[in-house]
Design a protein around this ligand. Structure first.
Ligand code: URA
Length: 435
């Protein structure tokens, strides 16, 4: 077999066989197929798509490209959660300690920022010393001891996806349904949890912009998960505007901490409650979602979810004092308000543009090698449907470079549509897919 022939076959619209997909994934993982050929293949897949059979074969080939974790020596039903990626999506930072504090073991694998979206690992690194590069042994021990561990993709876990994820991030090949579904589900299958709750984003800040595509992606992933013997549920949630108010690594950590202290933004709290209640039911801790939501409200009220975050940060080498003193998190040198140019209502926010503002400020990667600036980003003050007066602050921008600040500010203002007519606020949760 030759990679050249496979690229041509896919480029011309013919489906790849399981053997061909295995050859390609094994070769790429072993470094025998170079990035430039794989980039061409990703672009061919982007335009030609993949059948259900091809997507399943790709998922299994990537899941099996390294170790498949066996979590059977961790007590209880292990639940994992994954988001398809969005702007201001700091859900795992608040949700996983909530669920762990409620007694469901969270064994989670997370990723870094991708395209215009942020990643949980980058955000968690705002805690000085924190590392997700932990061994399998430590991962399991931490889940058994404190009920929560988050690991990054090690060289041994779905290494094919790790390489491909970084490649797609810089070759404009992220937003393809089969590539997203196989990327997420290969990691989830390799990471070994018994149940998986997926947060599938929809809207201008998501990789899937149209609701019907998000539902299709959800169905595809739920089918892949259930087909591989893991109970999988998907929640489709709004990403037509950033989640909560904060966008940017340390700023989002601060907002997650506020949420665990009981003063989180309404939409963010609703999402944590929805995903968390499905996780508690799947983990056997609650008979139904109503009971689950009560348990989750209690762990916020009694402070145990915040303490769980501190315990988790410390167990993975981070400075837990930052959980109790978030004012010591990384800070940017320039903080400026972005003022509304007119009276009216925020009618629309082009959400991925807000993610790009954070990228421009240094909060994301331009190339595979870029280092990110944890302190920069934006805190919104007005969201879709809100009334504004000319001169009101739409957002506070946090930057370390004046030129980047000006660029991001201009882009931010172009992303907001302010008009005379009030608009209806859209619901956050758009639907649930269970099979
Ligand atoms: N998250 C992933 O893990 N992979 C993708 O392709 C997109 C979002």
């Amino acid at each position: 077999m030759r990679m050249y022939d496979l690229i041509m076959k896919k480029r011309n619209g013919t489906a790849l066989s399981k053997e061909e997909i295995n050859y390609m994934i094994e070769g790429y993982t072993a470094g025998k197929i170079p990035d430039y050929q794989m980039s061409a293949m990703m672009m061919a897949i982007y335009f030609q798509g993949m059948s259900e059979e091809e997507t399943f074969a790709l998922t299994m080939a990537m899941a099996e490209s390294g170790d498949m974790l066996d979590l059977s020596d961790i007590h209880g039903i292990k639940v994992d959660k994954h988001s398809t990626g969005g702007v201001g999506d700091k859900t795992s930072l608040a949700l996983t300690p909530m669920v762990a504090a409620a007694g469901v073991p969270v064994a989670k694998m997370s990723g870094r920022g991708l395209g215009h979206t942020g990643g949980t690992i980058d955000k968690l690194e705002s805690f000085t010393g924190f590392s997700t590069a932990i061994s399998e042994r430590q991962f399991k021990d931490n889940v058994n001891r404190i009920g929560i561990a988050i690991m990054g993709q090690t060289a041994d876990l779905a290494p094919a996806d790790k390489k491909l994820y970084a490649l797609r991030d810089v070759t404009a090949t992220v937003d393809n349904m089969s590539l997203i579904a196989s990327s997420i589900m290969s990691k989830k299958l390799a990471a070994g949890a018994d149940a998986i709750v997926l947060d599938v984003k929809t809207g201008s800040g998501a990789f899937m912009k149209k609701e019907e595509d998000s539902f299709a992606l959800a169905r595809e992933m739920v089918k892949l998960g259930n087909g591989a013997g893991r109970k999988t549920i998907a929640v489709i949630s709004d990403m037509d505007q950033p989640l909560g108010y904060a966008v940017g690594n340390a700023l989002e950590v601060q907002e997650a901490i506020d949420t665990l202290k009981g003063s989180g933004p309404k939409d963010f709290v609703e999402l944590c409650m929805t995903l968390g209640s499905y996780m508690l039911v799947a983990g056997g801790k609650a008979a139904d979602r109503k009971e689950a939501e009560q348990i989750l409200a209690n762990v916020i009220q009694n402070g145990s979810a915040l303490d769980k975050l501190a315990e988790f940060v410390e167990a993975q080498g981070g400075d837990k004092e930052l959980v109790y003193h978030p004012e010591r998190l990384p800070k940017a040198s320039y903080v400026q308000e972005i003022k509304s140019p007119a009276d009216g209502y925020v009618q629309k926010i082009v959400c991925d543009e807000i993610g790009i503002c954070s990228l421009i400020l240094g909060g994301g990667r331009e190339t595979k090698e870029s280092r990110i600036d944890l302190s920069v980003g934006l805190v919104l003050h007005k969201k879709a449907g809100d009334q504004v007066k000319k001169g009101d602050s739409l957002a506070t921008i946090h930057a370390n470079d004046q030129t980047k600040l000006e660029m991001a500010k201009e882009r931010f203002l172009n992303a907001y549509t302010i008009g005379g007519q009030p608009v209806e606020k859209k619901p956050l949760i758009r639907g649930i897919v269970m099979k």
